[in-house]
Design a binder for this molecule. Structure first.
Ligand code: UD1
Length: 426
């Protein structure tokens, strides 16, 4: 497993271009299976999760190339709608293929993606949504088979605005007969991006970005070329890293409107932020102020995917902050690692009480999941001395060479890969 070694204590400084959004690209790649022909998706980051998705598509018979941030798919050779269990278990987002494959083949076989490091992550809302569209769902152990000779539009109310369930239902409904409405839909920007992509292929969807989405079924879609939106979580990660190291960073290719809650919170800590079109400038030279209470909630509230990163800044703030996590029950695993670096954080059920310290110290720590790993990298950049972050493959799921990205901002960060057993060092 790779490690990152970070020499901390240097303010980040400079300009970087933000990668395309993983959480937009994954459902868009899955949605491409709805159409027959050649689809081109631009601004797709080079990530482990994207590699896994492309491998699944190849396994199903689709041609897929990923070069220079562009993915070219030829779905005309797609022949299977059975996602192998081993691939399904590599990435939860394989669940996105359920809706499109069901709509195209009338049948899909998947396996329970299982729980993961950050929580239980059920798929009941995905399944009940597809059932409402007329699918028969048969569960045998971890295997789930869905059948539908024809999908029919329906009124679907989600008990919780799940991002993935909203997207899966939208994708299945595109080729269904008649009108589908999804109420209490998730409002994340990635759902708007999916709507735009599907409409670019000829779908008739309105309402993404609000809590009611309406899909008018169409007979057929046509292939298209599309560019995914900038990654708001990577943008937010770099903004917090700039603030935690008391640096000055300019971020290009951002969508500031998708980060309103983070910008608001960072300004409350005293960080200076200037927005100009798709450019964000972040800078501070002083110790951040604490924030009495922050609660993670579905968009447009503060995102769970930036909770761990922001906690590093608050761990260095002047005063006590409280962070409440409402989306995933297992999302405080970074706390023990931050404590080993000198942070003073106590977890009480779903809240973390963060007493700011004036300094963090380098240590050997372990990334337990994607965003927890990003938080440890930020902590390492801000800390005094050397930090070693282990289990970097978690970080590679969502950040395109994080060491290169941060290295462009002057960070002293190096990746070490183990020497394979079969290489003989002279
Ligand atoms: C997506 C994002 C992830 C982000 C999350 C919340 C992608 C690829 N991933 O994940 O980065 O952290 O949104 O913003 O876009 N739930 C159910 N039943 C279901 C589905 C979800 O109970 O059928 C629950 C989950 O257990 C969780 C909550 O709903 O507690 C939120 O999950 P959801 O919005 O579905 O997140 P994902 O789509 O998995």
């Amino acid at each position: 497993m790779d490690k990152l070694v970070i020499e901390g204590g240097k303010p980040l400084s400079g300009t970087i271009v933000i990668q395309g959004a993983k959480n937009a690209a994954l459902p868009i790649l899955a949605a491409s299976m709805l159409v027959e022909g050649k689809v081109t998706i631009d601004h797709v980051p080079k990530l482990l999760d994207i590699d896994v998705m492309l491998n699944i598509l190849r396994e199903l018979g689709c041609r897929a190339e990923h070069e220079n941030q562009t993915v070219q798919l030829d779905t005309s050779t797609l022949q299977s709608s059975h996602i192998p269990e081993a691939l399904m278990r590599q990435m939860r987002s394989s669940i996105f293929l359920m809706g499109p494959l069901l709509a195209r083949f009338g049948e899909v076989t998947i396996y329970q993606p299982g729980g993961c490091a950050i929580g239980e992550r059920k798929i009941d809302l995905h399944l009940s949504g597809l059932q409402a569209l007329g699918a028969l769902v048969v569960e045998e152990g971890s295997r789930i088979v869905c059948y539908a000779d024809e999908l029919t539009g329906a009124e679907i109310h989600l008990d919780f605005p799940s991002v993935g369930a909203t997207e899966n239902i939208m994708m299945a409904a595109v080729l269904a007969k008649g009108l589908t409405t999804i109420s209490n839909a998730a409002r994340e920007p990635e759902i708007q991006d999916l709507q735009q992509f599907l409409n670019c292929m000829g779908a008739k969807i309105i309402g993404a970005g609000t809590d009611t989405i309406t899909v008018e079924g169409v007979e057929k879609l046509a292939p298209c070329r599309y560019q995914v939106i900038p990654d708001r979580i990577v943008t937010g990660t770099v903004m917090v890293a700039a603030a935690a190291t008391r640096g000055q960073v300019t971020l290009l290719n951002t969508c500031p409107a998708h980060l309103t809650s983070l910008i608001h919170v960072l300004r409350r800590t005293g960080v200076q932020i200037a927005v100009d079109g798709d450019i964000i400038k972040v800078g501070t030279a002083t110790r951040p102020k604490s924030i009495d209470r922050i609660v993670t909630s579905p968009y447009p509230a503060f995102p769970t995917d930036l909770q761990s990163q922001l906690m590093v800044l608050l761990a260095l703030a002047d005063g006590v902050s409280i962070m409440k996590e409402t989306i995933f029950e297992g999302r405080f695993k970074h706390v023990d690692e931050l404590t080993r670096m000198g942070a003073d954080i106590r977890v009480d059920l779903s809240s973390a009480i963060i007493r700011g310290v004036s300094r963090l110290y380098g240590a050997t720590v372990e990334a337990t999941d994607l965003r927890a790993g990003a938080a440890l990298v930020i902590a390492g950049l801000a800390a005094q001395g050397k930090t070693v972050v282990e289990q970097v493959h978690h970080i590679d799921r969502g950040y395109d060479e994080i060491e290169t990205m941060l290295g462009q901002l002057g960070a002293r960060i190096t990746r070490y890969s183990p020497i394979p057993n079969n290489i003989i060092v002279p």
